[in-house]
Design a protein around this ligand. Structure first.
Ligand SMILES: Cc1cc2nc3c(=O)[nH]c(=O)nc-3n(C[C@H](O)[C@H](O)[C@H](O)COP(=O)(O)O)c2cc1C
Length: 430
């Protein structure tokens, strides 16, 4: 199981610094939010907010990434990750993809893109890029922030990404480049590295081609962990959104990878919507399960079960009201940190699925819409809108997940493709 080997927190956090001794013996003085002026409010938040204090005050040994929240551009930002961490202590949280160029050309502004609160561990930075020099420099700059893993994006089909040079999912057609990129990333960080990819691109969608990609990348770089979004990408004619639903899911490819590469670790992703399906995927032998949209759209009911179902923690007793109290302190501490941003809308956005299917949800959202016009703080917005939600919803801990037995993964295992055999000739010319 992948672990961010040997992070040891050797000094408790002052309001400004955490000092992390990494396993290579180098001492990093890590300014959690960079410049004091910009970060005072965030530190105030962390001083006030005691949740998960233990996770940063004691030696840090992260749980394995059995469950992770997918990288989602414009969604898995600091605000959503803060909310997610208030609900689950153990889920691994992926950042939005950040282009290597963004990091390299914004060196005066890095905190805005790379800083995160210490409670967000375990957290993975996803970077994208097609220029080895920029990828190397971006990784080096990001290394100082103390991410627990660096992930490389080989799955994004957006024309803005895949159409520009060779970036995102197009990189699956160039495993040699991906291996080089992963070597460069690994050389510039001291945490594990991973690749997130699809199962194919356009007509390059056979199981053997997927295996060739995995084989070449893993044998020519230190990559041992692949996150498999289990559908291919179509590069011509459909939108990124359609690319997340039209190409069919083929979990049989994922389970065949688990069978054929026993020395590697694979996380399954794509179309997994409930905690029962997460458990079913693990029971069928998945090394880890990653969820994107369902975690964002219904964070309470999805993430609320992760710690007990996946990590053996006792059932959570936290209530939505407690989560909101902590989130409000965070939210008000970050408003306007970067000029006009983030604003009240930005901070409230991750909460829009928080009352999914609950009584009062629709009315609450209408009140929130109206409150955007006059509320300047999260506190005042909550005061004005939460009256729409019954106390019974606000004050109940997460209830047991409804049981729905899913056999999608068992079915996939009945139709596994034939085992992969490395094609020596192809490797000779790789
Ligand atoms: C709005 C949105 C933005 C996304 N941005 C990224 C991204 O930045 N990097 C990435 O690797 N995948 C991205 N994805 C894909 C997700 O990480 C995930 O692979 C996909 O949504 C399938 O998982 P799901 O069915 O659980 O949502 C994005 C997905 C959505 C919905």
């Amino acid at each position: 199981m992948m672990k961010p080997a040997g992070h040891t927190l050797i000094a408790s956090l002052t309001p400004v610094h955490s000092v992390i001794l990494k396993n290579h013996g180098r001492l990093f003085s890590h300014l959690i939010y960079g410049k004091l002026t910009k970060s005072r409010k965030l530190h105030c938040y962390h001083r006030k907010c005691q949740f998960h204090k233990d996770s940063v005050m004691v030696a840090t040994r992260y749980p394995p990434p059995w469950f992770s929240v997918a990288p989602m551009m414009d969604y898995t930002d600091n605000h959503f990750r803060t909310l997610a961490r208030l609900i689950s202590k153990h889920a691994w949280l992926y950042t939005e993809m950040i282009a290597a160029e963004t990091i390299v050309y914004q060196t005066g502004n890095l905190d805005r893109f790379l800083a995160f609160g210490p409670e967000q561990h375990p957290i993975v930075l996803q970077i994208g890029g097609s220029d080895l020099e920029n990828i190397a420099k971006a990784t080096e700059l990001a290394n100082a922030y103390g991410y627990d893993e660096i992930n490389f994006n080989c799955g994004c089909p957006s024309p803005k990404v895949a159409g520009k040079g060779c970036f995102g999912v197009r990189l699956m057609l160039d495993p040699k480049f991906v291996a080089n990129a992963m070597s460069v990333i690994s050389a510039n960080t001291n945490v594990p590295v991973s690749v997130k990819c699809r199962i194919g691109v356009d007509d390059h969608d056979s199981y053997n081609e997927l295996c060739d990609f995995v084989y070449k990348v893993s044998s020519q770089s230190p990559t041992k962990h692949f996150i498999i979004h289990s559908r291919k990408a179509l590069l011509n004619g459909i939108s990124p959104k359609e690319n997340r639903s039209i190409p069919p899911l083929k979990y049989e490819y994922y389970y065949a990878l688990v069978r054929d590469f026993p020395d590697l670790r694979f996380t399954i992703n794509g179309g997994i919507n409930t905690i029962d399906e997460v458990i079913a995927a693990r029971n069928e032998g998945a090394h880890g399960v990653m969820i994107g949209r369902a975690a964002y759209n219904n964070p309470w009911n999805l993430l609320g079960h992760v710690d007990s179902a996946m990590y053996g923690s006792p059932p959570s007793t936290i209530t939505r009201r407690q989560v909101l109290e902590n989130y409000q302190v965070y939210g008000d501490s970050v408003l306007g940190l970067y000029g006009p941003k983030p604003n009240v809308r930005d901070v409230i956005k991750p909460l829009l699925g928080f009352f999914h299917s609950e009584p009062g949800n629709g009315l609450w959202k209408r009140k929130v819409d109206a409150a955007f016009l006059n509320c300047k703080t999260i506190k005042s917005l909550f005061e004005e809108t939460l009256v729409a939600i019954p106390d019974s919803v606000l004050d109940s801990p997460i209830t047991a997940a409804p049981i729905s037995f899913s056999d999608i993964f068992a079915d996939a295992k009945n139709i596994l493709p034939p085992p992969y055999t490395v094609q020596e000739k192809e490797l000779l010319y790789a």
